[in-house]
Write a protein that binds this ligand. Sequence first.
Ligand code: ATP
Ligand code: MG
Length: 457
Amino acid sequence: MTGHPLPLLLVDDDDTIREQMKWALASDYQVVEAADRPTALQKVQQVMPRLVLLDLGLPPDVDGATEGMALLREILQITPSTKVIVITGNSDRARAIEAIQSGAYDFIEKPVQLDILKVVLQRALYLANLEEEHRLLQETTESDHFEGLIGESPFMRELIQTIKRIGPSEVPVLITGESGTGKELVARAVHRQSKRAQGPFVAINCGAIPETLLESELFGYEKGAFTGAVQQRKGRIEHAQGGTLFLDEIGDIPLPLQVKLLRFLQERQVQRLGGKEPITVDVRIIAATHVDLEQAIQDGRFREDLYYRLCVVKIGMLPLSARPTDIPLLANTFLRRLAAEYQKPLVGFTTEAMTLLTSYHWPGNVRELENRIKRAVVMAEGRYVTPAHLELEELSKPQGSSLTLRRLRASQERDLVRLAMEKANGNVSRAAAELGISRPTLYQLLERYGLRKSKKE
Ligand SMILES: Nc1ncnc2c1ncn2[C@@H]1O[C@H](COP(=O)(O)OP(=O)(O)OP(=O)(O)O)[C@@H](O)[C@H]1O
Ligand SMILES: [Mg+2]
């Protein structure tokens, strides 16, 4: 025992019982008493007890349990890690079970046997302390997360090493990968690891800006350059002076602009629309895309010379389903963050819920995982997220148009890849040629659909 006895809140409307228990527990705990729900709530807020002994039959409902159950939920909202032990009459098993389902740690029947009560309390305290340690530990590891990137798969570890290595250099980086895999997060991490960390990080989504506006967005314009150009405006490239320019969805840049961009990358000078003087701009370029640029080059939609300028270092983000070992850490981190934000007493996932999370195919990758957990946090009552809160089972049943389409495409893609691999006798180069995709893309698909057999071709 420590010098300061731990506070224990004892809630019972019967003075005699309170006296008895207080007498028995006073040597181990600092016993705080309450005879009704409002007083109990006040005490919880004051002392934040790790242990609560709660008689469910409180006034005005001394024969029922409505007051006690309501108080139980309120206590867990205020201090989710508190262990509440409910005291019930010896004929109310159903009530005891209901209390446990609502998050009570244990129950004990009247008349209370004090030696049993002491053991139950010790065990509860042991668990509460353990959980607290675990939480602190998780918080410290979280602060170790590299630039907001969470993950412990071999892929993520290697990614972090790569970012540390290339961050300080000035080389252009091309980040590829499906939507929601963390491309922008990686771009920001590279920037913060660079000598330009104090400079601006300017992102432009080339896919979201209409073609007609993209040029003036990037390069800026002089007053009077076109109708509506009532005053001079700097482009995004210029805004990134001394920092990093993040060209998101670079695969969507129209060909004429690709030429202009290439010229800028060669000369490091921009000319505003309608401007005469070239302006020298010192920026580091990071680009990202979800399309297969090598394929786009073959199709004549992307310039090869621009590609080589952008892709000095290439980072290929794996889809989340290809690195399932990242899922538990990501899910728990999101849960902790969101539970705090929404003030829910959630502490984790049931085993079934975690199994679902790690086996689901996550077409929307990390972003989808985060959204799904946000929904679960809003829906969930009690201390654990269950499969029902995640609503993933419903998703696997065919329904809803876009989802079905995506699932259909995925399953057809998988079949095609498997067929091509069989036809090519497991030879990746031949299968890739047959499918008309690059070898790295085929490797990604093999990984995603769990079709990878051995390291050797
Ligand atoms: N490894 C990770 N750790 C923590 N959060 C992540 C990780 N990867 C992605 N996220 C989160 O997932 C969301 C999507 O990430 P981001 O925007 O970087 O993806 P993206 O690849 O740029 O997606 P899109 O192609 O749709 O723009 C963000 O909220 C981001 O913080
Ligand atoms: Mg993005």
